[in-house]
Design a protein around this ligand. Structure first.
Ligand code: HEM
Length: 470
């Protein structure tokens, strides 16, 4: 298993051991996986409700409406944020050859972030959601989350500032993500809540939704790819010039496009047109990034099949290109008339959040767990099952919801009664359950494989004995 073998570079191990807090990386990954499963529980509850099967009906605390918010929040702040933080604790010290600011601060942030995520879930389940899409975090948690993001930025910026020499592309993206995430969270959670209302609040809400994806998840995701892909392929990224285009294009165009979530609303039309134009611009820009990565893979196509983390990464990139293509259609006012408020959007959301960023993070975990546990994966076939069930399940789910969205849109445009669109959605929503079970199956394979691998891992005592012997 060349792709998931343990690092054995003798020169690197002592340095790496001083720099990287591996225990913390493991904790972050485990926390991320825990929230992933909690999120799936929320997704299933809502999905069954939509096909009129809710065996928990009448239990307020398990209401699908509340658990839908747990589903999305647990994915964003529980799974993605924790997995990214774990990855950053590995990558930043290795790239900068500097430790994070303070180990105790890292521990504090880990605990504080779990308190934020768990309190958010409890707040949502108890019915204290804030009326801001993607910012449902109860209002009393917002200041804590913001302080948490500030501490994260301080802790990781310290090694970046101390580092000597030019900044790697990954570090540009990470640095930008620390600043943008803080600002985005502050804008989205405080401005509509306390300072503006009506269509102005809608405009800010649109910016917030989109910037969460574009200025928090996207820069962390691409920064991660710029680090792991060249390492795994053992060659530099194809074009440094295209990396520059990708980064600055994202920085310039992304923040202008949030209002495309609220086309055909009372928000002034010049803002809606501006959002459409900048969305088209950003699509061209992100495609340059995808081209750059495929240029990097050129000549090493066999790695896609042999190297499982590379397969996760590039499949995510294919899904990324697909979402960009969808965006090109859905951002036009003409197409919006058909798909607005339909399941097309839900399909698009799954394609981006699971198909792209979660796939990349799964690839990173597949690569890093054997290094963290100092042993190979227990089973390569289970790694394969994890990949294929996830990739195929997601493709079916996204395709199914995209089609459902088109049929719903046609039903509404044909002025059919509301129930008509609900009834024609049923077969699609049943199919979604099967696709979701496939995805769940993939994650269970991963969990079992991880459990068995952990059992094979040497203990601390065995490791120190081995080091002493060397
Ligand atoms: C595999 C089991 C899953 C099931 C059964 C499921 C089901 C659902 C359902 C029923 C909704 C609400 C749709 C609606 O309101 O009409 C939803 C929304 C959403 N889910 Fe999932 N989901 C699953 C996995 C995931 C994963 C793995 C992710 C991300 C990593 C994800 C991200 C989202 C997002 C972002 C939304 C919000 C969509 C929007 O508001 O447009 N889901 N999901």
């Amino acid at each position: 298993m060349s792709d998931v073998a343990v690092a054995t570079d003798q020169e690197e191990i002592p340095k790496h051991g001083e720099l990287v807090d591996e225990r913390l990386v493991k904790w972050y990954f485990l926390a991320a996986l825990t929230y992933f499963f909690i999120s799936l529980a929320g997704g299933f509850l809502m999905a069954f409700q939509l096909i009129r099967h809710n065996s928990l009906d009448g239990i307020e605390l398990l209401s699908p409406g509340r658990w839908r918010m747990v589903h999305t929040n647990a994915i964003a702040y529980g799974f993605l944020a924790n997995a990214f933080l774990g990855m950053l604790h590995w990558v930043i010290p290795r790239l900068t050859l500097q430790k994070v600011l303070d180990k105790r601060l890292s521990m504090f942030i880990f605990v504080a972030w779990q308190v934020v995520v768990v309190s958010t879930a409890v707040g949502l389940i108890l019915g204290h959601a804030q009326a801001v899409e993607w910012g449902e975090t109860p209002v009393w948690i917002d200041p804590l989350a913001l302080v948490g993001l500030l501490l994260v930025a301080i802790n990781f910026m310290s090694p970046i500032v101390k580092m000597e020499g030019p900044l790697y592309v990954s570090l540009w993206y990470f640095t930008a993500a620390f600043v943008w995430t803080f600002l985005t969270y502050a804008m989205g959670n405080f401005v509509p809540q306390y300072y503006v209302s009506g269509s102005s609040a809608g405009a800010v809400g649109g910016l917030f939704i989109h910037d969460l994806v574009g200025l928090f998840v996207t820069p962390l995701g691409w920064g991660m790819m710029y680090y792991f892909v060249p390492i795994l392929l053992k060659k530099p990224v194809w074009s440094h010039g295209l990396s520059l285009v990708g980064f600055w294009g994202l920085a310039f165009f992304y923040p202008l496009q949030g209002i495309h979530h609220f086309l055909y609303t009372p928000i002034p039309m010049f803002l809606q047109y501006g959002a459409v134009m900048s969305t088209i611009a950003v699509e061209l820009v992100v495609l340059t990034v995808v081209i750059n990565f495929f240029g990097t893979l050129w000549g090493d196509g066999k790695e896609f099949w042999e190297n499982i983390p590379i397969r996760w990464f590039y499949t995510g990139m294919v899904y990324y290109a697909m979402t960009c293509f969808q965006c090109a259609l859905q951002v036009t006012l003409t197409f919006q008339q058909l798909i607005q408020f339909t399941d097309w959007v839900v399909g698009h959301a799954h394609l981006v959040m699971f198909g792209v960023f979660s796939m990349w993070l799964m690839g990173v975990m597949t690569y890093l767990f054997p290094r963290l546990l100092k042993t190979d994966w227990y089973s390569r076939s289970l790694c394969e099952w994890h990949f294929w069930l996830s990739a195929v399940g997601l493709l079916v789910m996204a395709g199914d919801l995209t089609l459902a969205g088109l049929f719903q849109g046609w039903s509404w445009m044909g002025m059919m009664e509301w129930n008509h669109s609900y009834n024609i959605s049923q077969p699609f929503w049943v199919t979604r359950i099967f696709a979701a079970l496939t995805i769940l199956g993939g994650q269970l394979c991963f969990l079992w494989n991880l459990y068995k691998t952990w059992q094979l891992a040497p203990t601390e005592a065995e490791l120190s004995q081995a080091t002493a012997a060397v």
